[in-house]
Design a protein around this ligand. Sequence first.
Ligand code: SAH
Length: 188
Amino acid sequence: MRPVRLTEVARQAVCDALCPGDLAIDATVGNGHDTRFLAETVAPDGKVLGLDVQQAALDATRVRLNAIWPSSRGSPVDLFRCGHEQLRRTVPPDWHGRVGAVMFNLGYLPGGDKTLITRRETTLAALDQALPLLRPGGLISLMVYRGHPGAQDEADAISQWALGLTGNFEVTHHDSPGPCLYLIERRC
Ligand code: SAH
């Protein structure tokens, strides 16, 4: 039997947490696979915000989304060239406490600049800002890589951060020989 990939575990958990019409965030847009997945899950009435520091990532994602929603007016996705450490002020105030899911897929852009990676300080800042955005039942999906330079440092810091979460949040950890996945659900 084929082993279940962590990306599938993450998507199933996000799918279970989200309802049509929901608000969702892709905190590391990359090539836009998760952005598109979130948009298809919450469409037609929901909204998705996507953040990335690289214009190349946002351009590739816009092309991917245009294949489904040719007019940006019909698209449920707003893209921001901005670091996720700016999450709180990028997300409209009326979304705070109402977000159904926030997805993080850390590391570098596949096929892009491998020196432009997510980093411990900014990732932890983004995670701290993501928690109060969630509604009860909302979920953070956090895919963490450990293979590239700097990755283990980020992974260790995230592990400590997750251990410090209080009873309002339920953390599930999935490990693999490659990445590991944290699913963080807001209970109430
Ligand atoms: N490692 C994954 C893909 C990760 S893509 C895989 O193999 O599929 C990670 C994305 O995070 C990249 O596009 C990168 O530009 C983006 N990124 C890096 N720092 C960021 C930050 N501070 N805020 C938002 N996005 C960031």
